[in-house]
Write a protein that binds this ligand. Structure first.
Ligand code: A2P
Length: 336
């Protein structure tokens, strides 16, 4: 059976990747409807060697599709997801709009595919935040084996997480600065070229950013464990694709780094880089792939139940588009 599919945000970075990945993985698509705002309606995208015309989401008849991949921003999902869901389209939403609603599944297929059983509650499934996804894939086997009491994580996040305009800003600023020209930050509130910015998304009342709190809320929901403590610092770095994460764990019972490596070498979606010199990087390993790479696994010399690791993945692919398509694959295999 093949499905009629809408991609909302089809002209954006994640949307374009979504269309490529649907093709790449051979997802059973009958008709694909690329949707965006009236600004880019009439434009073209390519799917399976054919040019398709971008349609205005505002006038789209949602009853034409059984599946919708949404990645056009929270307010756009807020407006169209309920319309689509009411028309019988199952929405896989990449924004944070619905993630924290208790009756909406928040899914990383390698970790909690079982949560998809509730997709008919609202006909909406939420795709988690990119930084959370890669952390969950890497930590699930450890949670299952010994339990995780606390996660202390610092992220090194690429600009693609902020969309096309942010990538253009990094490229432009880099050449402008090297050419001795003045720069004016716009997509970020500080210079991003040759710099690191410890603010992603807005500040909350508790002085954490929303990006940091997403990792707290989403970890608990995906692991199904409200006791896990998460302390995050999220930092934007001048890298185009891929997020890095320095993760420090405190487990309930002690586990040796060698045993963690054993677990990770068998974990779905994980590529373990066992030798210390082989550590993964954004450009060298993650970018353009769907795997979560783990390296630098070692015992924490400062804590008896502590484990350290470095986790890298492509935020646009596994962190967004690929994870959404994997959700759809489980959905059509087991539920639709
Ligand atoms: P458009 O090309 O019409 O602006 P990115 O994250 O790379 O910036 O991409 C954002 C995506 O979301 C684009 O495809 C953009 O389409 C789409 N988008 C933004 N606002 C709306 C809207 N109000 N209605 C539909 N699509 C939107």
């Amino acid at each position: 059976r093949a499905f009629d599919v809408a991609v909302l945000g089809a002209t954006g970075l994640v949307g374009q990747n979504m269309i490529e990945i649907l093709e790449e993985r051979g997802f059973p698509v009958n008709t694909l409807y690329p949707l965006a705002s009236s600004r880019s309606a009439g434009g073209k995208v390519t799917f399976k060697g054919k040019e398709l015309t971008v349609l205005d989401a505002d006038t789209f008849d949602w009853s034409k599709v059984q599946l919708g991949f949404f990645s056009a921003g929270g307010s756009v999902s807020e407006k169209y997801a309920p319309l689509a869901a009411d028309a019988g389209c199952v929405v896989i939403d990449n924004t944070s709009q619905f993630r924290y609603e208790p009756d909406i599944p928040l899914v990383v297929p390698e970790v909690n595919a079982h949560a998809l059983a509730d997709f008919r509650n609202r006909n909406i499934i939420a795709n988690p935040n990119c930084s959370t996804i890669q952390m969950m894939v890497a930590l699930k086997p450890i949670q299952d084996a010994v339990g995780i009491a606390r996660i202390n994580v610092s992220t090194y996040q690429s600009v693609s997480g902020a969309g096309k305009s942010a990538m253009e800003e990094l490229a432009r600023q880099t050449t402008d600065l090297l050419s001795g020209r003045e720069i004016k930050p716009k997509a970020f509130n500080r210079q991003i070229a040759f710099n690191a910015i410890p603010q992603i998304d807005v500040f909350m009342d508790n002085d954490y950013t929303k990006e940091e709190m997403k990792m707290v809320w989403e970890t608990r929901k995906i692991m199904g464990d409200e006791t896990i403590l998460v302390n995050a610092t999220a930092v934007r770095v001048p890298v185009f694709f891929g997020h890095g994460e320095a993760i420090h764990l405190e487990t309930h019972s002690p586990i040796d780094a060698e045993d963690v490596k054993q677990l990770l070498s068998a974990a779905p979606g994980v590529t373990l880089m066992e030798n210390r010199e082989d550590f993964p990087t954004q450009v060298g390993n993650a970018s353009g792939t769907d795997e979560v790479y783990v390296g630098r696994v070692r015992n924490d010399i400062s804590h008896p139940n502590g484990i350290n690791m470095w986790v890298v993945s492509d935020n646009v692919r596994k962190g967004a588009a690929t994870n959404s398509v994997q959700i759809a694959e489980v959905l059509i295999r087991d539920y639709m």
